[in-house]
Design a protein around this ligand. Sequence first.
Ligand code: HEC
Length: 247
Amino acid sequence: MKIVSNIFVFVLFVALGVIGFAYSGLYNVGASSAHGGFTNWLLSTISHESIERRATEVSVPNLDDENLVLAGINDFDSMCIDCHGAPGKKPAAVGQGLNPPAPDLSEEAAEMTAAELFWVTKNGIKMTGMPAWGATHDDDALWPVVAFMTRLPDLDADGYQALLARAEGQGHHQRDGQGDGDSAGHEHGGSDAGAAASHEHGETAPGARTHDETPDKAAHDHSSHSHDEPTPEKEVKPHDDGHDHDH
Ligand code: HEC
């Protein structure tokens, strides 16, 4: 009985200590101050294990398709490099101030499976700068980026540029003067464009899309939305088109 009450008192003190600490303002939330070794270990372990476990539920399509890779590098170049950089390209200002930092994906992609890369790209990572791209893109728009990332470890700065040049016009972020990406045409959840998108995607039978047609299809769909009037309230919510995205 004594042991039980001792444990109870101990737990109570720990809880009070944690609450007191939270209210004390002592913790430095500034992104400019480094995480301590323990916090770092704790957060990266939680993150690593969580990704690994959830990625087991992702079913990976055939990514061995050059068109998918070409579409992917364009999308990667507009969606990811501001934070992550790319071979021969430094992250932009926004990426340089992140804490935790956005890692070099050439290294990470060599260690992660395609399923893990996809899961993180789609779902993002809480309490870091890593966005959930699945909030604005359906799975078919994200697999090209994953296909490209599997090639990333083999690319140096010249290889990256050469592939990017070959990819002109591919992908849903094709560089054709429509702005650099997410400003136009990606608010699937936005009011008008969202309704149009749901309708349009809803007419495609689930499974009717093969990834062979992904780049063209994605490019087509997105460009058809991007000329809609700008949606004033950029409400971001998961794109609901009737497909089941929870693999
Ligand atoms: C606004 C900044 C930002 C953008 C844009 C961004 N990321 Fe990230 N990303 C991060 C940060 C920060 C982390 C590190 C999170 C952490 O430490 O847990 C991260 C982590 C990742 C990881 C996990 C790496 C690992 O080792 O676990 C992957 C994969 C990834 N990002 C892919 C992408 C892709 C693909 C894109 C583009 C579609 C993208 N990111 C765009 C900030 C960003």
